[in-house]
Design a binder for this molecule. Structure first.
Ligand SMILES: C[S@@+](CC[C@H](N)C(=O)[O-])C[C@H]1O[C@@H](n2cnc3c(N)ncnc32)[C@H](O)[C@@H]1O
Length: 190
């Protein structure tokens, strides 16, 4: 049942084709995308933050779950990848930001978000507190790649383990670890 992913965004295939041509091997999969769309749809009018746009695969799912009042800011430091996302996802509700996530997170002074998909080092393993402070109470913080992946560099497994331990010992969150996609954790801020 779970392998039968339906309602794939119309732009997804074009983005996937461009992504394969770029040999980008960190792309989010259909399972993560489908879950993101579902969670986004639970928050009409949401302010959404994606850290690590890549070529826009997950972004296409996020956008397909957004209602007309929702907005998305998505941050990526690779201009080539971001241009694929921009070309394929022309939508006024999306703000594409070409920036270093570390700098962007330290400088952002805008409103908090209802949902954050943290898919880059900044926002996840680095600057977590700064990122989490940008989430509203009741908001979703979502991360994938939490189960061992073939592209993990040496020492990354320990970092993942310690990050999960940290999340599990906090008393200001509720979380569920899912054996779904590459290993997803859904955190809700109290
Ligand atoms: C796991 S990939 C994101 C995949 C994407 N969510 C998708 O749907 O395919 C991580 C992305 O973070 C970007 N990235 C890495 N370091 C970054 C930084 N310091 N600031 C902004 N983006 C960064 C990479 O270029 C890469 O595109």
């Amino acid at each position: 049942m779970q392998t039968d992913i339906t309602n794939i965004p119309t732009q997804y295939e074009a983005i996937a084709t461009a992504t394969r041509q770029l040999d980008f091997n960190m792309a989010s999969d259909l399972y993560t995308g489908s879950l993101l769309k579902t969670l986004v749809a639970s928050k009409p009018g949401a302010r959404i933050l994606e850290l690590g746009t890549g070529s826009g695969l997950a972004t296409s799912w996020i956008v397909s779950g957004m209602n007309k009042d929702a907005v998305l800011i998505t941050v990526e430091n690779n201009e080539v990848l971001l241009s694929v996302a921009k070309e394929n996802l022309k939508d006024n509700s999306i703000q594409f930001v070409l920036a270093d996530g570390y700098t962007w997170l330290k400088e952002y002074k805008g409103e908090q978000f209802d949902l954050i998909f943290a898919d880059a080092m900044p926002g996840k393993y680095d600057l977590f507190e700064e990122t989490f402070s940008l989430l509203k109470a009741g908001g979703f913080y979502i991360i994938d790649d939490m189960l061992p992946q073939p592209n993990w560099p040496h020492g990354h497994a320990e970092r993942v383990h310690s990050f999960i331990n940290h999340l599990e010992t906090r008393n200001d969150i509720v979380l569920t670890k899912l054996n779904w996609s590459t290993g997803i954790i859904i955190v809700v801020k109290l």
